[in-house]
Each structure stands twice: as C-alpha cells, then as structure tokens.
Design a protein around this ligand. Structure first.
Ligand code: UD1
Length: 419
C-alpha cells in the first residue's frame, strides 16, 4: 500500500492548477445514462472514484471511453437494472444510478451503500423522493428495489434532519425528468455540484428551473447527448488555499471559481490569508500580522462545507488562540483529530464540536489516513510540521485528489510516494 513521506517546513510558492470537481462529475456521469445518444464530458479529473463510476456504467450496459480529460459515454445500450453490492460498497456515489434506472428502465435493484468511516449515511431521503413521485420502493436483502413504478408528478419536500441532501436531490431529479407534468422539490440542495447537474440535464433537453431551494421539473419525452465541461473542484481549491496558509506561502490557485467559495475565503481571510482574485483564479498569500482564531459551523451550501472541515482543523491547530469547529452534517466526522494530536495538535472534542488551541509547532510522526478529506488534512499538517511525517493508506487521497503529490512538489513541497 502506498504511503507519502513528507518533510515539512517549506513555504509553498507557485501555481497550482485545479481539476474538475469529482462531486460534480459523478452524478453527471450517472445522468448521462438518461440520454438517447452519446455524451462528451470535458475536464474530468483522473481519480479512483471516476474509475469506479466508469466500471458501474459499463456494468449497466453503457460504453465509456476515456481520452485524457474527456469521457465519451454512449448510453444507448443501458439495459441492466441492477447495481451489485460489490460495486456500490467501493463508492457510495454509485447509488446515483438509481434515479436513471427508475426513469429509463422503469425498474431498479441497487445495493444499499452501507456505513462509512465518517459516520452513519442513510438513504431514506433518496427513497422518500422516489416514493413522492409514485414509486413503490422495497428494501430487501440489502437492496433498494423498484419495479414498474407508476410515476406521477408531485410537490414535496426533501429536507432531512441535517437540512438538504445533495445525493437525494440529484437522484430524485434524475428520476423525475421523464414524468409527464410538473414535479416540485422543496428543501432541495443548492450545492454548485447540484446546479451543475441541473445545467447538464437542461443541456440534454430537460426543463428544470431552480429558485432558491425549490426545483421545478417539467417532464420531457427524451434527452439527447451533449458536450459538457465539468466545473472546477471547490474542495480541491480550498485544500490548496489552506496549504498556502498553513505553510505561510504564496500560491496562485489556477482555475478556481471564487463565487463557489465565499464562506471558505472569508474564513481564510479572518485567519490572515490574503486572497486576491486574479485572471483565471486567485492568489493566496499569508499575511503574518492578522492571524486570529475563528469559529466554524459546517452547513449545507452556501454554508461552510463539511468536506473542508478536516483541512481547516489542521490549519487552526497552528493558528494563535482558541478556535472551534462544529460539525452539523456528519457529527462523527473527527477521525483526523486523534492523528493530528499525535503530531502535537491540542484539540478536544465534545459531541460534534472540536475546540482547537493553536500551538506554535507540529512535529512529524507516522499517521494513518482514514478517509479522503481526513487524509488531505494530514498532508497539510505534514507540510507545516517540523521533520518527517509518514502518511499511511494514501489510497484514500487517490479517490479524490488528482496528482496531489505532483501538484504539491511543483510548488516546492518535499513529498514523495513510496510503494
Ligand atoms: C455529498 C458529497 C460529500 C459531502 C456531502 C455533504 C458527493 C459524491 N458526495 O454526499 O462529499 O460531504 O454531500 O456536502 O457529492 N441524509 C439523510 N438521509 C438521506 C441522505 C442524507 O439523513 O437519505 C443526511 C446525511 O446523513 C447528512 C446530510 O443529510 O447528514 C447531508 O448528506 P448528503 O448531502 O446527502 O451527502 P451525500 O450526497 O452523500
């Protein structure tokens, strides 16, 4: 199993290019199944999760060909209405094939994704969406099963105990596109990745309108192929902004889309990072004088993203004063805390709030990556720590960060992958 060896203490300087957003690509790949002719996707990141979705699309009968950062998906032979456990357990987002199966094949048998290291991740809202649209949904033997649904338009809310759900909104949208009449989803997620799916479906001929948290879907008879460019990854961009701050460096984040990152940028500015919009991106420079502790609460978009919570934990571990992070989306998502503590961070946890007392220095240590974003947090801490850090199980990083060590090396980091 690969690991990273990082020698910390180098301020990073230079340009980091941002890849296409993983979390926009995955639902869009699934939604390609709805078309009646091939779809071309551009700016697709080279990631393990994308490979997993390609395997899923092959499994259900589609042809998928990759050429550099483009994917051509031919959905015309999409005819398999079953997604087995073996494929879904490797990546939760495989569950996105449920909506297209229900809409186009009028049946589906999709494995429940099961638990994951960041806590309980139910799919009740996905099922609620399908049921609201008239489908009878059975959960049997670990599978979600839908057979010959009598779909009809409806007006309903998808809001759950933690607010809106990205996955349930995307799956329900995809299930609804061919229903004659007008379906209205209240309490829908507004994440840029959900809006990217809406744009993609509309480019294929769907009639979907978004107003605040309400999505209206006017059913169409069919969807056609299109060419679509994936939006930049706001979580990857945020991670490199944190890299600039934590190493007291100067990075130009090329290709990021700042309007998707307003809360993140304002938090970074509070901590003392100068974020200056430049043509095609943002320049991020650490200004020593304004460093101060902050409080963060993760929330659905446009709030602070849970997917940057772990990375900010590393930064706050080295930020003067006492900061807090409250996780409202995944209350158990604090696996990185124990590992950061092993590097000298002072973090205490009470329920879903981490209180972080900034220390002057972190020390390198052997640490274990537990999930995608927690792994990124450990790399960031390692970049700022004194001495050598070994990060084990970096395959988590390969799921969601394209060429992370190459991008970091190019801006001066001393990081290498060993097999
Ligand atoms: C997506 C992202 C993930 C991100 C998360 C929250 C992808 C592939 N993954 O995950 O990186 O961390 O959004 O921004 O895009 N919930 C329910 N019932 C459901 C579904 C969700 O209660 O049926 C709850 C979840 O437990 C969580 C909250 O709703 O507390 C938000 O989850 P959701 O937005 O659905 O996350 P994902 O789509 O799985």
């Amino acid at each position: 199993m690969d690991q990273f060896i990082v020698e910390g203490g180098v301020p990073l300087r230079g340009v980091v290019p941002i890849s296409g957003a993983k979390n926009a690509t995955l639902p869009i790949m699934a939604a390609s199944l709805l078309a009646n002719s091939p779809v071309t996707l551009r700016n697709v990141p080279a990631l393990m999760d994308i490979d997993s979705m390609m395997r899923m699309l092959h499994h259900v009968g589609a042809d998928v060909v990759r050429d550099k950062d483009s994917l051509v998906i031919d959905p015309t032979r999409f005819n398999v209405a079953e997604a087995p456990y073996d494929l879904v357990r490797k990546m939760r987002a495989s569950f996105y094939v449920l909506g297209p199966m229900v809409a186009k094949l009028k049946k589906a048998k999709v494995s429940l994704p099961g638990g994951c290291v960041i806590g309980r991740r139910p799919v009740d809202l996905h099922i609620k969406g399908l049921e609201a649209l008239g489908a009878k949904v059975k959960v049997e033997g670990g599978y979600v099963i839908v057979d010959k649904p009598k779909l009809k338009p409806a007006i309903f809310s998808l809001e759950g105990p933690s607010g809106s759900s990205v996955g349930a909104t995307c799956n329900t949208l995809m299930a609804a596109v061919f229903i004659e009449g007008r379906a209205v989803i209240h309490g829908a997620a507004k994440e840029p990745e959900v809006m990217a799916l809406v744009d993609f479906l509309n480019e294929m001929g769907a009639k979907i309108e978004v107003q605040d948290s309400t999505i209206t879907i006017e059913g169409v008879k069919e969807l056609h192929g299109t060419e679509h460019t994936i939006i930049p990854d706001r979580i990857e961009a945020g991670t490199y902004m944190v890299a600039a701050a934590i190493t007291r460096g100067d990075l130009t984040i090329k290709g990021c889309h700042l309007p998707h990152m307003e809360v993140v940028v304002s938090k970074l500015r509070e901590i003392g990072l100068e974020v200056e919009p430049v043509v095609g991106g943002a320049r991020c420079r650490f200004a020593n004088s304004r460093q101060s502790a902050i409080n963060i609460r993760t929330l659905p978009y446009p709030g602070f993203p849970t997917d940057l919570q772990a990375q900010f934990s590393s930064l706050l571990a080295l930020t003067k004063g006492e900061s807090t992070i409250t996780e409202t989306i995944y209350p158990e998502r604090f696996m990185h805390v124990a590992e950061l503590s092993r590097m000298g961070a002072e973090i205490s946890l009470y329920r879903a709030t981490a209180t972080i007392c900034g220390v002057d220095k972190l020390q390198g240590a052997p640490v274990m990556a537990t999930d995608l974003r927690a792994s990124a947090a450990l790399v960031l801490a390692a970049l700022a720590a004194e001495g050598k850090t070994e990060i084990l199980r970096v395959y988590h990083i390969d799921r969601g960060y394209e060429r992370l060590e190459k991008k970091l090396e190019a801006v001066g980091a001393r990081i290498r992958r060993v097999g």
